[in-house]
Design a protein around this ligand. Structure first.
Ligand SMILES: Nc1ncnc2c1ncn2[C@@H]1O[C@H](COP(=O)(O)OP(=O)(O)OP(=O)(O)O)[C@@H](O)[C@H]1O
Ligand SMILES: [Mg+2]
Length: 229
């Protein structure tokens, strides 16, 4: 569903990703683990078209997208929950979700979304900026989901979120995958969360993928060694 081949991305003269290759299958969740500054956000932004790629290829559901603008990539089936959530603080919860429905005819929020995130139904009239961090994260996921992606990217969804809400988010991601059989790519520093959601795990270090393992074969010590400074 997602194939990334030999992706190189640079900030000016300085290359930040040095040839990233990986794939995500239908009905599969892949975690990209890595410490601060290792290239997770750069990877996600370049997959989404927020940053240009220097070279390499990104194929979503059979279509090359690496030269497309972001909105075209969304139309081709990729959606993005950025690090820090980036919801619209002055819009209501409902309006925030509707921004993901701009190109749909009805702008009606599917019941499934509120079934996944009951808290968003309870707070649908409240301003996004008045939600807790965990609730904002759920809102950002809901907004991405209404675009009906085949590939959903989440950049550090657990950052700054309390453990009970982290569990809710893991549950929701597993439910979403079960319902829609989509591909989920999630960047993380929290190994316990990654092991709850991911079928395969990669480690990114210095802009390169340096380790790959299935969930069953994961050696937690080894991943923790990569994650600690
Ligand atoms: N706008 C920018 N201009 C120049 N260099 C940048 C820019 N943004 C990020 N970098 C550099 O690119 C590298 C990868 O950063 P990136 O933000 O992708 O890391 P990350 O894995 O997402 O880290 P974190 O866990 O802190 O979010 C770092 O060396 C960083 O300093
Ligand atoms: Mg980041």
């Amino acid at each position: 569903m997602l194939q990334v081949k030999d992706l190189h991305v640079a900030y000016g003269q300085s290359e930040a990703l040095h040839g990233i290759s990986f794939a995500g299958n239908e009905n599969e969740t892949v975690a990209i683990m890595g410490r601060n500054g290792m290239g997770k956000t750069t990877l996600f932004k370049s997959l989404m078209g927020v940053l240009p790629v220097k070279s390499g290829s990104i194929v979503v559901a059979g279509q090359e997208v690496s030269r497309d603008e972001s909105f075209r990539r969304v139309a081709k089936g990729i959606a993005y929950v950025p690090q820090g959530r980036m919801i619209f603080p002055t819009l209501s919860v409902e309006e925030n979700i509707q921004t993901g429905l701009e190109h749909s005819k009805t702008r009606r929020i599917p019941d499934e979304i509120y079934a996944l995130f009951p808290v968003l139904w309870d707070m649908r009239g409240r301003k996004g900026g008045n939600l807790s961090g965990g609730q904002q994260q759920q809102l950002a996921i809901a907004r991405a989901l209404v675009t009906e992606p085949k590939v959903l990217l989440l950049d550090e969804p657990t950052e700054g979120i309390q453990p009970s809400i982290i569990k809710d988010i893991a549950k929701a991601l597993n439910e979403i995958r079960k319902l829609r059989r989509i591909t989920i790519i999630v960047s993380e520093q929290v190994l316990s969360f990654a092991l709850e959601v991911a079928d395969r795990l990669f480690v990114i270090e210095g802009g390169r993928l340096v380790h790959e393992t299935t969930r069953a074969e994961t050696d937690p010590q080894r991943i923790r060694a990569y994650l600690s400074v």
